[in-house]
Ligand binder design. Structure first.
Ligand code: LGS
Length: 444
């Protein structure tokens, strides 16, 4: 598999998000987000880790762009921190927040790297959470105002916009499982949150198009194909429920099908749809972003409300204990192309955590990560050859960073970060990616 096996105009990038790398949480007028609050609440993250400094990217972005240049990527997916732009979530604008992204975007363009901006990667301004957060409909309107402001300022130079990153995580992990900010455990709230996230996306799409000439707008979902643990019809039905829970609940309304009837029946809980919401949510987009890490294997369970249970299978697992299953990405790409017919699909995240360490020779020999990338890319290519409308691939992540509830111990970077010194070193996987992109001889 070589770069030239992919179309010449294929997008090759790396991805990050604001709270995971920027640090500088109280600088230049930034307001607090739900992740500041959550990570500073004892017991919520591993080791009490938080994003106060993270990769200090807020100050070191020129160095990080130089690293991207060295890797040879032609695109960079980052997220804009809402609480830097609107410290209280709505109303008062903080121009110094906009300035940071102006500088970042200009520096990327100078290096010939195309910026792909995500508007929301989980850092909701705390004051909006205090007013009800995503379970409140008002948050969707606040998001549309924020999207308006950001795209008016950056839209002359940034053409690729992702409204939300993984609304399933915001709604389910944040409001039901309680393992992400704001840490609620309220099923009803998570259902309302999912609807208001989708509504926020739908309200923002026309706003972005109005502000940005030649805009390309999409949303990023975390999709996992679900497989039954056995051929037992009860397990097959459980896999279907998993698919409804994580995939169809978002895909169906985005592609004009409304919420899936089987899931509405299962939940017995209506997601507070009003008026034309379903039409708003189905606003046509230019692409679908997917984040793929692993598959799910599930069996039937009596546990309400989802009535399935994850089963650990497979031989190979990453440091997060997620199974390495590249075939799931192939299955997903083919299915999405057939069932939802998105105009384009971008893999906006794919990658793996491994327990990296600097060796005596100063290198980071993360050969398992190299294999992970190679195997997933090989299946991307196969999916492309079988008709999937795949147009680009972003590796997660440029840098080791703050892995949410897992803190800094889980490393996903192509570049190793020694957090005490903030020294960056390109890992073997980073060199592999560089050589793949240059089409040079692949290192071991
Ligand atoms: O750092 C996050 C990465 C790491 O793994 C990033 O901010 C998120 O957008 C994204 O959620 N990320 C991520 N997700 C992996 C979830 C894998 C679940 C696999 C198990 C299937 C049942």
């Amino acid at each position: 598999m070589k770069r030239s096996d992919f179309p010449a105009n294929f997008i090759w990038g790396t991805a990050t998000s604001a709270y995971q790398i920027e640090g500088a949480v109280s600088e230049d007028g930034r307001g607090p987000s739900i992740w500041d609050t959550f990570s500073h609440t004892p017991g919520k993250t591993k080791g009490g880790d938080h994003g106060d400094v993270a990769c200090d990217h807020y100050h070191r972005y020129p160095e990080d762009i130089a690293l991207m240049k060295e890797l040879g990527v032609n695109a960079y997916r980052f997220s804009v921190a809402w609480p830097r732009i609107l410290p209280e979530g709505r109303g008062r604008v903080n121009p110094r927040g906009l300035d940071f992204y102006n500088r970042l975007v200009d520096a990327l363009l100078e290096q010939g790297i195309t910026p792909w901006a995500t508007l929301y990667h989980w850092d909701l301004p705390q004051s909006l959470e205090d007013q009800g957060g995503w379970p409140s409909r008002e948050t969707a309107y606040a998001f549309a105002e924020y999207a308006d402001l950001v795209t008016r300022h950056l839209g002359d130079r940034v053409k690729h916009w992702i409204t939300l990153n993984e609304p399933w995580c915001s709604a389910y992990l944040g409001y039901h499982a309680g393992i992400h900010a704001p840490g609620q455990q309220n099923f009803k709230h998570s259902i309302w949150a999912s609807h208001h996230l989708l509504l926020a996306h739908g309200l923002a799409v026309p706003v972005i198009r109005r502000n940005v000439t030649g805009a390309r707008v999409g949303i990023t979902l975390n999709l996992s194909p679900g497989y039954p643990a056995s051929p037992d019809p009860a397990d097959v039905a459980a896999a279907r429920r998993f698919d409804g829970f994580q995939n169809r609940w978002y895909l169906d309304p985005l592609y004009g099908l409304g919420y899936p009837a089987d899931m509405l029946a299962l939940y017995g809980e209506a997601p507070s749809v009003q008026g034309d919401d379903l039409i708003t949510i189905a606003a046509p987009t230019d692409f679908l972003g997917i984040n793929y890490y692993s598959r799910a294997v599930v069996r039937n369970s009596d546990l309400e409300p989802y009535r399935f249970q994850y089963v650990r299978v497979g031989e190979e697992h990453t440091d997060m204990d997620w199974e390495v299953y590249p075939e799931g990405l192939y299955d997903l790409l083919i299915r999405l192309g057939r069932e939802y017919r998105p105009k384009a699909i971008y893999i906006t995240e794919n990658g793996a955590a491994y327990p990296d360490a600097v060796a005596d020779d100063g290198g980071i020999h993360d050969l398992e990560r190299v294999r992970y990338f190679q195997r997933h890319l090989a299946l991307c290519l196969e999916a492309l050859q079988h008709g999937a409308p795949l147009k680009g691939y972003f590796a997660w992540s440029l840098l080791d960073n703050f892995e949410w509830a897992e803190g800094y111990a889980k490393r996903f970077g192509l570049v190793y970060v020694d957090f005490p010194s903030q020294r960056r070193r390109i890992k073997a996987s980073g060199y592999w990616f560089r050589d793949f992109l240059r089409e040079a001889v692949v290192r071991p």
